[in-house]
Write a protein that binds this ligand. Structure first.
Ligand code: 13P
Ligand code: SF4
Length: 333
């Protein structure tokens, strides 16, 4: 059934979502790439690591996850007793799509002396085949806890993996996946924009290709980029990540100018994540009303995937010493 036909005429979406949130004892979690209306109604807006932590810690009975499917899956893996709804179940991710579990399994089997350090932008099955999950905000901390002589497979984002390999001089085997959104930034157009705004720094997400990263004054997760925006001394910032994050910047710093980095046509619309864009206020309302579409994960698979996520949560806080790592990590896959 078409979603609009399920909405009673004249529904005040904001009021209805608030009412249902209370009635359902729900928490609304949203990623920075969601549209401003969704960000503004959410109880918490954050990057992937922060959203995972919130999902693990909430005492709400329902998590309405406004993000993409691997994020909602992560919430369910960490909080299996909660009902987790995703407004649009088709909200996927090109990185997840680039890494089919059976191919990843074969790749791992071909490199038995490597551990799998895997970006959270992947399926539950790939998490279950991995040793440690990382997010863009935890990857550096986690990589630095892995002994230098330990061989590593990094997937599925070759740009994040390449960035880490260059920064820490680590020779990692990279899975050839990319984010279609960050891949679309154009170095030529970025150079033109920089020329129009001399002195404006560039903040970039590590999913960007190296040609964009090379021009960045700051590289980090969405939350890292937001913090940079709140502290940089100038008045104009060029933002090389999905442009909906600019909503938070404009709210926090109304006097400053935030410009989305351009795509090849000079227009940054191609950098809107098409998967995140599938979630709408209407679908959020329906998800809270019907408690559907709901994330379900088979228990054996969930427990297998939880191991690599738990390890991320421990290592992201620096809780695991190098001594703990060898045995624990190597038994993962
Ligand atoms: P963050 O963890 O930095 O929010 O990244 C999530 C993501 O999908 C970026 O494309
Ligand atoms: Fe996936 Fe890229 Fe969209 Fe993030 S921006 S969810 S990595 S497709």
């Amino acid at each position: 059934m078409n979603i609009e036909t399920k909405l009673p005429a004249g529904t005040d979406l904001i009021e209805e979502i608030k009412r249902l949130r209370t009635e359902r004892k729900a928490v609304i979690l949203a990623h920075y790439y969601q549209t401003p209306d969704i960000q503004d109604i959410a109880d918490f807006v954050g990057d992937s690591l922060e959203l995972s932590k919130k999902a693990a810690a909430t005492d709400a009975e329902v998590i309405a996850f406004c993000g993409v499917k691997f994020m909602a899956d992560t919430a369910k893996i960490l909080s299996p007793e909660k009902i987790v709804v995703l407004p649009d179940m088709e909200a996927g991710c090109s990185l997840e799509d680039s890494c089919p579990p059976e191919k990843f399994k074969a790749f791992r089997e071909a490199h038995p002396d490597h551990i799998a350090l895997t970006y959270i932008n992947c399926s539950t099955e790939v998490k279950a085949l991995s040793d440690v999950i990382v997010t863009s905000s935890s990857a550096e901390t986690i990589l630095q806890q892995i002994p230098l002589d330990q061989k590593i497979i990094f997937g599925p984002d070759r740009h994040l993996g390449g960035y880490l390999a260059r920064k820490f001089n680590r020779d990692m085997l990279l899975w050839p996946g990319v984010c279609i959104v960050h891949e679309a930034f154009s170095e030529t157009e970025l150079m033109k924009l920089k020329a129009q705004h001399p002195g404006a720094p560039v903040a970039a997400h590590p999913e960007c290709p190296p040609a964009i990263i090379d021009h960045a004054d700051y590289v980090g997760s969405t939350s890292g980029i937001l913090n940079f925006a709140k502290t940089f001394p100038g008045d104009t910032l060029i933002v090389a990540t999905e442009p909906h994050i600019i909503h938070q910047m404009e709210k926090a710093l109304p006097g400053k100018q935030f410009i989305g980095a351009p795509g090849a046509d000079g227009n940054c619309n191609c950098n809107i994540c098409p998967y995140m864009a599938l979630n709408t206020m209407e679908k959020l309302y329906v998800a809270l009303r019907d408690l559907e579409p709901r994330i379900e994960i088979e228990e054996g698979l969930r427990l297998a995937a939880k191991k690599s996520l738990d390890r991320m949560l421990e290592m992201a806080s620096g809780a695991v010493g190098q001594g703990d790592l060898g045995g624990a990590v190597m038994t993962g896959a």
